[in-house]
Design a protein around this ligand. Sequence first.
Ligand code: GLN
Length: 607
Amino acid sequence: MFSPICRHQSGMMKYILVTGGVISGIGKGIIASSVGTILKSCGLHVTAIKIDPYINIDAGTFSPYEHGEVFVLDDGGEVDLDLGNYERFLDIRLTKDNNLTTGKIYQSVINKERRGDYLGKTVQVVPHITDAIQEWVVKQAKVPVEDDGVEPEVCVIELGGTVGDIESMPFIEAFRQFQFKVKRENFCNIHVSLIPQPSATGEQKTKPTQNTVRELRGLGLSPDLIMCRCATALENSVKEKISMFCHVEPEQVICVHDVSSIYKVPLLLEQQGVCGFLTRRLDMPMETRPRRMLTKWKEMSDRSDRLLEHCSIALVGKYTKFSDSYASVIKALEHSALAISHKLEVKNIDSANLELSTLQEEPVKYHEAWQKLCSADGILVPGGFGVRGTEGKIHAINWARKQKKPFLGVCLGMQLAVCEFARNTLGWADANSTEFDPDTKHPVVIDMPEHNPGQMGGTMRLGKRRTIFMTNNSVLRKLYGDVEYVDERHRHRFEVNPELKSHFEEKGLRFVGQDVEGERMEVIELDDHPYFVGVQYHPEFTSRPIKPSPPYLGLLLAAAGKLPGYLVKGCQLSPRDTYSDTYSDRSGSSSPDSEISELKMPSLSNE
Ligand code: GLN
């Protein structure tokens, strides 16, 4: 249980609304997660709600080309990838209702209307939609998100998009009303804005910020903190100007300039007194220990700046042009690389370029792709849908298997590893998944009963499911700490055909993990290979900076040539690689996040 010293005295839920101005995509989610992190480091229980003003019910039907990865929660919720940031930064587990969309709100109001709950009244945006938004937030904020089952004390609410968008109006209006309902000391607003610095003059420009703050005020919300995203640190004169024109004290203007790792952002906020300001503003008298927390965070961030040894992983995917498409996969690789003190280099390869058709049409692309693949220390084939590029992935897997390159296949990656083995070792030349060839004579990957073709969304095996290890003779089991089972998150419609299991096992591809009923193949491992592992689930969704996901850690260890030593030492990292302090110590700090991707301004010329 948490110590009572840590809990703020009033017992009232504290809400922090994070809004954005000028443009989207400037790191609002990272800033909101960082605010939550510094409050959690004071010993508070912090939860998060992400509001997406689009009309989709959830992110399940999104194209990775347009929206980036679909993040999956324990309860099977398919949500915006920002929820992943909250889970990783705050080391919490959220549920699908922590992601609120216009679609969900309207659906709930329309359902009520059909049930006759509004007693014949006209149902309107104000007050019915706005009331429903407030009720949703109040209810969801109380849901425990940590293993201790304690009700959160602080709820960070991130409103997607930018203030002034038509879609976000009902939400802004809901919070305008909400601030009076919950009282001033329980609600505050952080507005994230942009300070452009056009190269012609090199001057930091405040006008867009002045305009967005004016717009926010016009809608009835006043920022308590204005967080300014800028390429370089804010000059004092600029800070004073924002303070004067935006009607706030200079201490309420916070500079969030570009940094080499997003994991430095909580430090940056803390250095500018954000924690002290929020605890005063929200009347949360408590013992804060920012110093101790800062030391730990600094250690992690210094380590990420100091990495000398490199390790390269080929990410053989489909949506390689848009880095957000594999956001959690890349984070999981980063967590593992940092844990073994290696600088990660991700080599993105469009799998279609590994196919012979590319050799004929665009030979340079073909050779470049193969050059990248062959020079990588390890190979990862992530999850995916649709036939395009699957043959290229199979070529990559074949190469990894034969050349004994460390390989991890995730979901589709595992299914294709089974297809590859069937074709090239069992000699079933047409072996395939029925997703790609419904008429194959060797259906090694087949439809699951849950799959309901013709209906999009909600037809998959989703969320947390148990995998039982069938044998002690399993690298992955050892990496997980020699456990009997693991609970990991799933998102798939197809599965390995269990009837063909013995054919594979005879030739050395073993199904070492299965579901509770023993019907679903969850983990494959290949004998006589440094690391050839496939998992039907998505371990990347639960990877944390100081608790890297074991399948990913195994890949990185093998790629860096350290796996045998690690296994011999009983899965202990060498002293050089371990962090000097424990991060799970609530009295001192929350788990800091070592998300080492940069926080960088989008290039304005592309806007
Ligand atoms: N397309 C495959 C399936 O539906 C794999 C899904 C995935 O990789 N998430 O089973």
